[in-house]
Design a protein around this ligand. Structure first.
Ligand SMILES: C[S@@+](CC[C@H](N)C(=O)[O-])C[C@H]1O[C@@H](n2cnc3c(N)ncnc32)[C@H](O)[C@@H]1O
Length: 355
C-alpha cells in the first residue's frame, strides 16, 4: 500500500502532483507522482511499503488545494475479464477495511461520460458482492471507511479505501449543488460550494447567520451577493457594473459603484468580506490582508485567479505573502484554500481572523 490516488480537475494534474509531492516530503514521505495530462487524477507512489497509509495518517485532506478527493490504493486491476469483472475485484479485495460506502469512480469531464455511466451500472453488482463477503455494511454509513474503485477504462483500474474523517465526503470529491433559477449568474455556485467546503454544518450555523453584515467586492451582476442575501445578510455590493434588480428589491443590498481597491466600509467589523474581482492574485491577497489588519471584516472568502503555468508555485507564493503580511501585523488568521469544483482557472480561499 505505497500509493495514493488523487482526483483533480482535468488539466490540473501537474499542480495536484507538485502539491502532493511537496506535502508528502514535508511529512517525511518520499516518492514520485505519475500522471497523464487531462486524465483528472494523479497517482503518488511512495518508496516505502506503507507510504500510502502513512500519508493518509499524517496529512490532512483539508491541507490539499488541488485534490478533490483521495484514497489509499490497495490493488491495481489489470485486464479484467469483461465477462466477470466482479471476481477480479473480489480477488483483489484483500487489504480493504470494512466500509460503509462503495464508490465506483473515474475521471471527471466529457471524455469520461460513457465510462462513468458504466461505473454507475457496475456499482450495483459489486455492492452486492462486497456485502455478501462482509466488506460493506448492509446500509450506507457515513462514519466508516469508503471503498473506492477508480476505473481508467472498463478493464483497468485501482482499488482502495479512504477514511471518512480525512477525505472528501462526496463521490469523486464533487458536491452536486442545484443552480437556483433566480440567481443572477452561474458563479453563484462557487460561493455556495465554498461555504459548504470550508465550514462544517455546525460552523455554518455560527458563522453564517441571518442579520450579518457583508461586503462583496466585484459583485456584479450579483451571484455571490445572492448567496449572502439568501442567508439573510445585509450586503454592500461594490462594482461599477449593474446589479440584478431582483437583489436590489430585497432591501438587503446597497450598491457602491466604485473601485474595490479603494472602497472603505462605513463601519468596521463586517462579518464577511467576499471578493471575486478578476485581478492579479497578489493584489487581491494584499487587499484581503489589509481588510483583516484594519479590522474591517472577521471572515473572508475570495478567489485568486491562477496564471497558466506553475500554478501550484504561484499559489504558494501568494498565500505565503498573505500570511507574512498578517504575521508582521500581529494578526492571527485561519486560512484554507481549495480548487473548488466550480472554480476554473482560480482557487478559492477562506480566511478568518483569530485575534
Ligand atoms: C467575475 S465577475 C464577478 C461575478 C460575481 N461574483 C457574481 O457572482 O455575479 C468580476 C467583477 O469584478 C468587477 N471588478 C473588477 N475589477 C474591479 C475593481 N477594481 N473594483 C470593483 N469591481 C471590479 C467587474 O466589474 C466584474 O463585475
Amino acid at each position: 500500500m505505497n500509493k495514493i490516488l488523487l482526483h483533480c480537475r482535468p488539466g490540473f494534474e501537474k499542480d495536484c502532483a507538485a502539491e502532493i509531492q511537496a506535502l508528502a516530503a514535508e511529512a517525511g514521505v518520499y516518492g514520485y507522482p505519475r500522471l497523464e495530462n487531462g486524465s483528472g487524477f494523479v497517482l503518488f507512489e511512495g518508496y516505502g511499503e506503507n507510504d500510502g497509509e502513512q500519508l493518509m495518517q499524517t496529512l490532512a485532506f483539508d491541507q490539499l488545494i488541488f485534490a478533490r478527493s483521495w484514497f489509499v490504493v490497495t490493488a491495481e486491476l489489470a485486464q479484467m475479464d469483461p465477462e466477470d469483472r466482479i471476481s477480479a475485484v473480489m480477488a483483489a479485495a484483500e487489504g480493504l477495511p470494512k466500509a460503509g460506502k462503495l464508490w465506483v469512480e473515474s475521471g471527471d469531464g466529457d471524455d469520461y461520460r460513457s465510462l462513468l455511466s458504466f461505473c454507475r451500472k457496475f456499482t450495483v453488482p459489486l455492492r452486492q458482492a462486497l456485502r455478501q463477503n462482509g466488506l460493506l455494511t448492509k446500509n450506507e454509513k457515513d462514519k466508516m471507511p469508503r471503498i473506492h474503485l477508480f476505473l481508467t477504462d472498463s478493464a483497468n483500474g485501482y482499488l482502495g479505501y479512504s477514511r471518512s474523517d480525512n477525505g472528501s465526503p462526496f463521490y469523486m470529491g464533487i458536491e452536486r449543488l442545484k443552480f437556483p433559477a433566480d440567481a443572477p449568474s452561474r458563479s453563484t455556485l462557487k460561493l455556495d460550494e465554498a461555504f459548504s467546503v470550508f465550514l462544517t454544518p455546525e460552523q455554518q450555523e455560527q458563522r453564517v447567520r441571518s442579520g450579518m453584515r457583508a461586503v462583496d467586492l466585484g459583485a456584479c451582476p450579483g451571484g455571490w451577493t445572492y448567496q449572502l442575501v439568501r442567508r439573510g445578510m445585509f450586503v454592500a455590493a461594490v462594482d461599477n457594473g449593474a446589479m440584478a434588480q431582483s437583489l436590489m428589491e430585497t432591501g438587503q443590498v446597497s450598491h457602491h459603484p466604485v473601485d474595490g481597491f479603494k472602497f472603505e466600509p462605513e463601519k468596521p467589523g463586517n462579518h464577511w468580506l467576499v471578493c471575486d474581482m478578476v485581478e492579479k492574485p497578489d493584489r487581491v491577497a494584499q487587499l484581503m490582508a489589509r481588510w483583516m489588519i484594519k479590522g474591517w471584516c472577521e471572515q473572508a472568502i475570495f478567489n485568486l485567479k491562477l496564471p497558466m503555468k506553475q500554478r501550484y508555485a504561484s499559489v504558494c507564493d501568494c498565500l505565503n505573502q498573505l500570511t507574512d503580511i498578517l504575521q508582521s501585523a500581529g494578526v492571527g488568521c485561519e486560512l484554507k484554500a481549495k480548487h473548488l469544483y466550480h472554480d476554473r482557472e482560480e482557487i478559492t480561499v477562506y480566511l478568518r481572523r483569530l485575534n
